[in-house]
Each structure stands twice: as C-alpha cells, then as structure tokens.
Design a protein around this ligand. Structure first.
Ligand SMILES: [Zn+2]
Length: 447
C-alpha cells in the first residue's frame, strides 16, 4: 500500500514537507520553513513522528525546503539525508545563517548547535542522471530542476503489492531561459506528479528585456552621479547579478565604479558556487574552462567584515552596493537604505519578488516614507523593479514540464497560493486533459 500526505506547502508556498509511505518505508521530501504570514506554523508539531522517517530527500537548499531540518533532527530524525552534493554544501551555509538569525529572536526555533547537529546527517549524495536503490523495491533518481544550483526534481519508482508505480516531485522548477543556471531537464514517464504552482496563473517578462532594463537603470543613475542599492537574495540571484555586472565591466561601462558585495552569506555562497564548475549553463561552463571566474571582475569588492561594510558609506563617489536581505527584512541593506533612500539622484533596484508587508514591498510600492531600524526615512530615490529574473517557471513552462510526461494517473498541485493553484488546475484539465487535484494540508492521498 502506498499513500501520501502533505505537511507543508499545500495551499500555500512555504514550509515544503511531503511524506510518502511505501509499505513500511516512510520517505520525507523536503522539510522547509514556513515564511511570511505563515511563520507561526514553525512552532507547531510536524504532524508525524520524526523518529519514524526512514529517509529525507532534499530537492534544493532554499530555506522554505530545508529550514526545519534542525527541528526534525532535534525531535528524533536520525537517518540519511539524500541530496546533490551542491545542495548539501549550500544547505550548510543557509542553515547556519538561518540559525544565527533565529538565535536573536525572542522565541528561538533552533540554535546554531542544533543546525550543526542536523548537518551531520547530510552526506548521502545523488547527482543528476544517477539512480539509487534505497530499499529492495524502491529506486530514486534526480533530474536538474533549473531552479538554483544543485536543485533537482525527484522520481521515486517502487513496487506496490507487485504493481510497478512511480511518483515525481517537481521540487521548484526554473524558467527555461536563465542567466547562469543549467537548463531544466524533463521526465518522460511518471504516474503521480506533485507539481509546484508558484506562478500557476502568471507569465513572466522576457529575460532579455529584463537584463536590458537592469543595465539601463544602472547606467542612467551612474550618469547622474548617483549610487545604486540592490537588495538581493544571497543564493543564485546575487551570482546572476555579478555575472551581468562582469559583462558590463568587460564592456568598460563600470570604469572606476566600485561594486560592493556587502553580504557575508552571499560572499560564502559565491565561493561555494566555484566548487561546482560543471553545473551551470553552457555559456558559464565555457567561461570557467577558459580560466575565467564568472562572478569576479576588476571593480568588485567583497566587504565581509562589519567594519569594511560600514566604511562603504564614507565613500562619496557613485557606486553599486549589493546587500541582503532581498526583501529588506533585516541585513546590511537597511543601513544603506537609511543613507541613500532620501536622495533623488540614487536608485534602489529591486530584482526579486517582494512579499506583502515587508519593507521591500513598502518601498517598491512607492510609499513616501518608511521606517527603517526605528528611523523615519523619506523615499526620494528612484525606485525600479526588474521582474524577469524569477527562479520559478511561469504557467506556460509548468504546463510544458507536465506535458512531456507520459503515463500520468493524476497531477497533484502543491506550493502555490489559491489563485495560482486554481488557474493551473483548470489549465491542466482543459489543455493537457489530465486528472488534476489541489492537495490540502494533512490530506491522505492513496497512490
Ligand atoms: Zn526554491
């Protein structure tokens, strides 16, 4: 008998946590943190006993897919965590950083010690195009999801009372055209699909147009002698920006303009990316083979220490500052915003989705005044938003991903808000003519 229950990212985007029972074997797929308005759920019980889990498969190292692993271990999970080696390396950085932030909160979800303990269970690596037989009748395999470095979708093949079946978990699927990420790989067969629906009702702007907007916004501000502040996510988005800025540097467009990478996490992630030179797009792999570092250029300055970060603001000339956090909820970007937000010659350039009620959303929706670290700041700088860098597939790309798969019994939609889920459901039904269901939290689904 095989069945499935979701304990997170069902009817919402964050907290990915999916439990698959195959006979007596229990396989957990991801154990992510609830974020934004749902973060209170992190303090609720898992809904299952972590001691009973036989395997944890991790699709990728975003916190909404790995952020509760230290809690899982704290509550008794002590088996193998299976992931790509890149995901294991990045997860180390993300979990230690997350624990450091959590330790400063009033109610501590877990500590850096808990994160360190949990990291010991990583180390069973499965790479794309490889398979692993984990039990006599259960085989797992990975394909590149095109989302972030190391991210995969997972196929689990098994025999259920003599009948051969397969389940595919999409993980987070990327766009077909990306700046540095290797392209998505498609599955040809699968019976039960669990598919993310983050942008199930949306279509993204074209990447080429977004890159052009990114470049022209920066050049226009520099021509007026302004400073550009880019709130950026440390994982993948920052490395994409570094590569685009490297191209501008090679075209001699940034001469004498320092570019500060002001985030210890982003600096560490960028270094870790260097350990996986074959996992990028063809263009980046070729560049690395020629001995070039795609994420470094003459004008780039890493400011790792707090002191070197604070020194940036004594630099009076035009400059570019890339700092976390991506939605301005904490991190070094806050004191740069206090310094540069009230001068009309500067630019604050958003390069990722801003969740409602975050400081980033307030600024990007052109509020006149915002409160940062207790200080009222007037928003007079130019505010721009480049939307096409998304690490997620849009509706068309999700449908294409599903459409390549044969032998589907049912498509189960997860990891999306209500509108996205409902719109994608209708499209899967009418366009692809597949049976489709929106998964609810704690719902028991027989396979
Ligand atoms: Zn993700």
């Amino acid at each position: 008998m095989a069945f499935y229950t979701s304990y997170g990212a069902a009817g919402e985007v964050t907290g990915s946590c999916h439990l698959l029972h195959i006979g007596k074997i229990k396989i957990l797929i991801d154990c992510g943190m609830f974020q934004g308005g749902e973060s209170g759920l992190n303090f609720e019980p898992f809904g299952f006993d972590p001691k009973d889990i036989n395997y944890l498969i991790v699709t990728h190292a975003h916190l909404d897919h790995i952020g509760r692993i230290p809690l899982l271990v704290k509550e008794g999970f002590n088996k193998k965590i299976i992931s790509t080696s890149a995901t294991a390396s990045i997860a180390r950085l993300m979990l230690m950083n997350s624990a450091g932030i959590l330790e400063t909160k009033e109610e501590v979800l877990y500590t850096t010690n808990d994160a360190q303990t949990a990291l010991q269970y990583f180390g069973t690596h499965l790479e794309c195009h490889q398979s692993m037989t984990i039990e006599e009748d259960i085989k797992i395999s990975f394909k590149n999801a095109g989302h972030i470095l190391g991210a995969v979708s997972v196929k689990i093949e098994f025999f259920d009372e003599g009948i051969e079946k397969s389940v595919i978990f999409s993980g987070d699927i990327g766009q077909q055209k990306r700046v540095i990420t290797a392209p998505i790989e498609y599955w040809d067969k699968g019976n039960y699909l669990f598919v993310e629906s983050t942008y199930g009702s949306s279509l993204h702007s074209d990447l080429t147009i977004s890159i052009e907007k990114f470049r022209s916004s920066i050049l226009e501000t520099l021509s007026h002698g302004g400073t550009i502040v880019i709130p950026s996510f440390a994982l993948e988005r920052t490395q994409e920006l570094l590569y685009l800025l490297k191209q501008m540097s090679q075209e001699k467009l940034l001469e004498k303009i320092p570019v500060f990478l002001d985030s210890p996490l982003a600096i560490n992630v960028t270094k870790t990316f260097g350990n996986y030179p074959k996992l990028f797009s063809k263009e980046i792999v070729e560049l690395i083979q020629k001995g070039e570092n795609p994420f470094d250029f003459e004008e780039l300055i890493h400011t790792y220490s707090k002191e070197s970060s604070l020194e940036i603001n004594s630099h009076t000339e035009p400059k570019i500052i890339i700092a976390g956090s991506g939605m301005c909820e904490g991190g070094r970007v806050n004191y740069h915003l206090i310094k540069y937000l009230s001068d009309p010659k500067n630019l604050v350039l958003f390069v990722g989705f801003q969740v409602k009620r975050t400081l980033g959303e307030q600024i990007s929706s052109h509020e006149n005044r915002v409160k940062i670290l207790g200080t009222e700041v007037e928003v007079k700088a130019k505010i721009d938003y480049v939307s096409g860098f998304s690490a997620h597939a849009d509706q068309r790309e999700l449908l294409d991903w599903i459409d390549t798969i044969e032998d589907i019994y049912c498509v189960y939609l997860i990891h999306g808000d209500t509108l996205q889920l409902k719109t994608l459901k209708e499209k899967v039904k009418t366009e692809l003519k597949e049976k489709v269901h929106i998964v609810k939290m704690n719902e028991l689904i027989h396979l």
